[in-house]
Design a protein around this ligand. Structure first.
Ligand SMILES: Nc1ncnc2c1ncn2[C@@H]1O[C@H](COP(=O)(O)OP(=O)(O)O)[C@@H](O)[C@H]1O
Ligand SMILES: [Mg+2]
Length: 370
């Protein structure tokens, strides 16, 4: 029987919340019915950026941010319900990713911390809410990420077809869907996070629309090589990362005097090339590039970035998930609707081959809405 599920997602770009209403039957399908984006208020975006860049955070600051982000997530959901004329009884569940404050799969002990108080979401919407998806996978020895791979496989795999799905958010991640054999996936490295930082710093805008500024620059080969020398790019999977690693401080430290001396537009072009290379090298890692790649995430709207990716992968057809029925910015939100479906049906949500967990696990905790 078809039922409605809502996914709530805010990624490492920290641009705001994508609320995605989906209709799911047996879990092998997930049709997107509606989408609502709620941008974070500027003051909250600023406070989140400050919190992510700080390694020491007071309990008061963390607790307050958890409540503020939780209210924004709850609003994103209630606004979507209102816009669609739905009452709580019409929706079986909400899956909320929350906002990552810190992702540390390599720390001892490992952890990944998402905020956005889910009790407020359940209270304001009256809908059963699933949250804290990453923690169980980490407890089982996994990276806790990426978690969208199961959904990518359920929704986009095609029998007999060698395909990959690439999500270009703040960080980029790939899901490999081979014609036969196991689904694999991991984080590639930076997606938009360094591009956003550099254009914000030099031009005062939130992102480099369509990559227009990067297009005016020339790739700086020496800078590119220095950045690509980071061991993360060499590391075999399972692996996941975040803006705590690929941060403005990382760029300054890696780039050193070369970065300081370079023309800012050339740096932007080089950062776009870095993102394209980081993705392309993960796609050829198993030996051969896939026949086609479906792109999702906000980076799908960066035409320059997609051109660079096409040059790096000459044998591969590159298209947006839009052509397969889900607009690029709605895929990750839809994945968390699907993950809520899985949990509420007592089905596992992680793929051990992807995260490195000891086995499949039912993810998250359920907060009753009624
Ligand atoms: N028109 C556009 N041109 C270039 N980049 C864009 C465009 N629209 C969105 N983006 C990029 O996509 C990012 C948001 O992508 P998103 O998938 O929401 O990431 P996350 O999952 O990390 O929140 C923005 O920060 C920006 O870098
Ligand atoms: Mg986003």
């Amino acid at each position: 029987m078809l039922a409605y599920y809502i996914g709530l997602m805010s990624g490492t770009s920290r641009d705001g919340i994508d609320a995605v209403l989906t209709a799911i039957g047996d879990g092998r399908d997930a049709r997107v019915i509606a989408h609502h984006h709620r941008a974070y208020p500027a003051s909250l975006a600023m406070d989140l950026a400050a919190a992510v860049e700080q390694s020491e955070l007071s309990a008061v600051t963390a607790g307050t941010l958890d409540a503020r982000v939780g209210e924004q997530f709850a609003r994103a959901a209630t606004e979507l319900l209102r816009a669609e004329g739905l009452s709580p009884g019409d929706v079986r569940g909400i899956g909320s990713h929350g906002q990552t404050l810190h992702h540390a799969p390599d720390a001892e002990p490992a952890f990944s911390w998402q905020i956005g108080d889910p009790f407020r979401i359940a209270e304001r919407t009256g809908v059963d809410t699933v949250a804290m998806f990453r923690q169980r996978d980490i407890a089982a020895g996994g990276e806790g990420a990426p978690l969208a791979c199961g959904f990518h496989a359920a929704r986009f795999a095609q029998p007999g077809h060698d395909r990959a799905v690439v999500n270009i958010g703040g960080i980029s991640n790939v899901t490999r869907l081979p014609p036969d054999g196991e689904v694999s996936g991991h984080d590639c490295g930076p997606g938009n996070t360094l591009l956003d930082h550099w254009v914000r710093h030099h031009r005062g805008c939130e992102y480099d629309a369509d990559g227009a500024w990067a297009r005016t620059g020339q790739v700086h080969p020496e800078l590119l090589q220095t950045l690509l020398a980071d061991p993360y790019f060499q590391r075999p999977p399972p692996k996941s990362t975040g803006p705590e690693h690929f941060s403005p401080a990382w760029l300054a430290a890696r780039g050193g005097p070369t970065l300081v001396a370079a023309n800012p537009a050339d740096v932007q072009a080089t950062l776009a090339e870095l993102t394209a290379h980081a993705i392309a090298r993960e796609l050829v890692r198993p030996g051969n590039a896939p026949e086609d790649v479906l792109i999702c995430g906000g980076g799908a709207r960066n035409g320059f970035l997609l051109e660079r990716l096409a040059i790096a992968l000459p044998q591969t057809r590159i298209e947006l998930t839009d052509a397969s029925g889900i607009p690029a910015e709605q895929v990750e939100g839809a994945a968390f609707a699907w993950l809520a479906f899985r949990t509420l049906h007592h089905q596992s949500g992680n793929l051990p081959a992807v995260t490195g967990a000891r086995g499949p696990r039912i993810l998250g905790c359920v907060i009753p809405g009624g």
